[in-house]
Design a binder for this molecule. Sequence first.
Ligand SMILES: [Mn+2]
Length: 460
Amino acid sequence: MPADMIKLLSANGAIPSRDCARHREALRRSLPDGLILVSGGEEIVRNNDVHYAFRQHSNFLYLAGVPEPGYRLLLDPRSGQDILFIPRIDTDHRVWLGHVAGPAETKRRFGVAEVRFQDELPGILAKLRKRYRLCYADPQAWSATRKEFGTLVNKTEKLAEALETLRAVKTPGEIELLGRANEVSAQGHLAVMRAARPGMREYELQAEFEAVCLRRGLKHQGYQPIVAAGRNGAVLHYHHNHDVLRARELLLIDAGAECGGYAADITRTFPIGGRFSQRQKDIYSIVLDAQKQCIERARPGVLSGDLHLHATRVLAEGLRHLGFLKGSIDELVLSGAVRIFFPHGIGHMLGLDVHDSLGGKRRQIPAPPHLRLRFNARLEPGFVITVEPGIYFNEALIRHKQLRRRHKGRVDFSRAEKFLDFGGVRIEDDIVIRPFGRPLNLTRVPKETAAVEAACRKAQ
Ligand SMILES: [Mn+2]
């Protein structure tokens, strides 16, 4: 994304209200025969009068762009009218929490033609429902206003399905936000590479990453950062982040901030001492090769399951070359032997949720069972996916009795055991599928071994 485009976005990067208006219009068009009511999130009590940090529901961000709690959105497809309902805020609330936008300001800020207070919703529903037999209300909205919907039949699953379908294809505005989340997160990753020293704790690197994001106005992480030194790198969703970094070990960091709700999802693996050992380089190069080949192949019409299959084959070849696997590539893939070292999918959709909409039922294609894939869809222009192959020496898998028996002739388990302290390598970028030609890689963090070493050396 050009730098001038990035500057156009505000510090915390709200979704442009014209994009939300388009999302609402698309939803009205896909559900033309019923009143649509969508709830924003409410604050959740942690204890007494302390709440968890509020993060708006993704569907509500998509349709309204409102980051605060206590809102609802009503879409009336027959009239094309949208009404945003805001909480009626009392003085006490203002004393503690300061300014809260009233109707006029809300209209300007979110570009919704009509803004009303929440307590007006029942009266308005009672009037509008007369023109319909159906409604599409999410479960929260339905349980709060069921009475006011009268005899309307609620098709809540159709609403969820329609939003799933729409959210899969990202608009240019959404891609800008994903790009901005990536740009800031990239700086976080570089800061982490520069800061890492033997003797530090994993959480110090987490602090480094989050500080960069926060300083740039991104308050939320898309998910709990994974900062995993040495053998922790083999734990796919490691989250303790409290171990000591040791010289000659690898550090795997999977972290991404969100911007306007849109998440970056980036993983890098680098040597804590700033230099890859030969055996680290051997494994790393296989993963990098698989990743680059899969990115190159991420084009419209390609099945995401075929990307996964391709990655599996490249990893199998590399691992066979290094003596961890034996036999034909077909057999290693079909038998599931490669899964001992690559026990997850090649990637997932990315958007307002880090594991975003799979695109709706219509797009799901059942994958061959031996691949064990949740995400198998034909890629379309506007899809944003992660591409994240990895090789892990995971103790639970390598010491698994049944797996050892099943793959006895295919996997050199005693060789794998010698690598248990190695941990894992994962390399993950965020990729936009374009209508023609090569995909757009939003992630600009060094990944070639020489560039990674250079980034680690910078301040040393
Ligand atoms: Mn991911």
